[in-house]
Design a protein around this ligand. Sequence first.
Ligand code: FRU
Length: 491
Amino acid sequence: MTRYKEPKYRTILEAKENELEILKEKSVNSQWKPAYHIHPQFGLINDPNGLAYFNGEFHVFYQWYPFDATHGMKHWAHVKSDNLVNWERLPVALVPVEDYESHGAYSGASLEVDGKLYMYYTGNIKYSAEERSANQCLAIMDRDGTITKYENNPLIEGVPEGYTGHVRDPKVFEKDGTYYMLLGAQKTDLTGAIIVYESENAIDWSFKGELNMNLEFPESVYMLECPDYFELDGKDVLVFSPQGLQPEGHFYHNVYNVIYVLGKLDIEGLDFKVESYEEIDNGFDFYAPQTFAGKNGERLLFAWAGSGEVEYPSDKEDWAHCLSIPRQLGIAGGKLVQKPAEELRLLRKDSESGELMLDAGSKEIENSANQYELEMYLDGGEAGRFGLELFASETEGLLIEFDSKHQTVSVNRENFDAAFGGEYGFVRSASLNSGTVKIQVFVDRSIAEVFINDGEAVFTARVFPGEGSTGIRLFSDGKISCRYNKYELAQ
Ligand code: FRU
């Protein structure tokens, strides 16, 4: 079959003279480019890929379309770091020039095998705007950092019977001497599934079957993307990104959402016994997360701090999205919780601490740049509603509001000149168990990551404030007291 042609399916090697320099120039002065979050110089990024602590360094790869803020020919971009916060940009890791990846090097994960980093990914193939297929491919990074595509790619050609061309995002792990590959898939009846391949040598794969989960997905779920699997504190954890969930109470308000499942995996028996599941992040811009083992085996996560189908204000500057900060995962109270990775402390520069009392009204905390970490303990025992406004000015502000009567917290990003994404609502919320609250927020020019009570609820929110909107304002309709530490953050 002939392959589909559209201008957005070209690689960086086909850039016109000066095209990349012009793109770089156009967005270099953007006030919204994050300072310490992994972001593109230009073009659009999405899922983190191939995450690894390998040979003494952290490697982050991610989906990248170079030419503007649309989803086109995806490359794997590459940054590395020895401390998880100072990142060095490296040459593009995967440029999709081969026939088996003619419409992009799609997402995947990595695994260290025989001292080398095996990077599994999906070669995306399009026959028309709607018709597609997928190949599962391999690239290998040596200890000296050289990346080579496997000479006998693809490892798996096409999709198994019973599935549409939507089969992608390999996650490979080893258990009792056998390698397993999980893939996100769509069945021919247009429902979502996770399918499993197995291998003795991490190269030759055979189809094993579909993973059963005692989880009833609503019929509206038509695809599962980006499966991840790991063990944590004696539990098996599956993370994936279902498409087609409908909003339900506090949950699933984004176009696509991410859930984790805790329970017990019997991979030989293709069975996952689900004990509990929930949406991972309560915010607006969080998708396709991937986890990996850090220096001391701790479980770290990066996510795409973005959302499909939504237009972002930076699109006009021909760049879009960033990754989340690295987060460390744990299990507490039967839930998967996320905390900022310890290494983020390395970014802390000048600090300021204080205490504030408020009896209805509002008070400001001095702040002049949107690049900080704020840690705050709030006791709003007698107040009904209280909270914080970030990126605040006369007319703008991101509202984080607690309602102690209903024990909920909400985040509202409606009040910005460059408000966006309203078609999916401007407010996200979660329920809480405790009266005193700890808030830890990482603010970086156009993103806030809000951790409530050490991960009881987490909200990722992109916002695009005007130049002067840097205020931090505490507000309450009753008596509250708070203690806070604020740190300027810089690399
Ligand atoms: C998730 C996703 C993956 C795919 C990649 C393409 O955001 O759709 O399923 O591999 O993005 O960029």
